[in-house]
Design a protein around this ligand. Structure first.
Ligand code: SF4
Length: 194
């Protein structure tokens, strides 16, 4: 007798597989929808982040898991990882940054075009972590401004995804004028960046 074959097919409606980005605030009626340019650009930017992974040690392994099929950062529109600063808008620093690497992190940041954001992943990138030594930078915010810090040693992929979601919140709500504002200019000047 032939062995019965079972297929592991789950019939789900198409909509269940597709996550649709929520529409921005605005006004709608029959056949029209209006909103502001800020919100449309924010919606597009937050769902198409291009990360630049600057991974120097163990936290980078967690990032690899985050990019893998199980956690799949692509679900958030951030699967296009780039290694050219000119193309990326999110600098993800993961791992211990020795003081001699500080200028390199800064150089990569400077080569990124505005608007750009920075995510410090893990205790080492955020504060030096357990390496309170003469050779380790005690947090990358000594050389570049940081938007979101992810705690943990190492942070689990869920924590890294949470950091990405916090960055998405910032990106989606950022006014187009912020980068030209006095507060932002003062922040850059405090880092010696024009
Ligand atoms: S925070 Fe912990 S896991 Fe991450 S790079 Fe530092 S020592 Fe490694």
């Amino acid at each position: 007798m032939a062995r019965p074959v079972s297929y592991n097919l789950i019939h789900k409606p198409l909509e269940a597989d597709i996550s649709i980005a929520p529409m921005p605030d605005g006004h709608q009626g029959d056949g029209y929808f209006t909103t502001s340019l800020d919100k449309v650009i924010g919606l597009a930017r937050k769902n198409s982040i291009w990360p630049l992974p600057f991974a120097t040690s163990c936290c980078g392994i967690e990032f690899m898991a985050t990019m893998g099929s199980h956690y799949d950062l692509g679900r958030f529109g951030a699967e296009r990882v780039g290694f050219s600063p000119r193309q990326c808008d999110l600098l993800m620093v993961m791992g211990t940054i020795a003081k001699k690497m500080g200028p390199v992190v800064r150089q990569v940041y400077l080569q990124m075009a505005e608007p750009r954001w920075v995510l410090a992943v893990g205790a080492c990138a955020s504060s030096g972590g357990i390496f309170d030594t003469y050779s380790v930078l005690q947090g990358i915010d000594q050389v570049v401004p940081v938007d979101v810090y992810v705690p943990g040693c190492p942070p689990r992929p869920e924590a890294i995804i949470d950091g990405i979601l916090r960055i998405q919140d910032l990106v989606g709500r950022e006014s187009l004028r912020r980068r030209n504002g006095n507060q932002y200019k003062a922040l850059m000047e405090s880092y010696g960046i024009q």
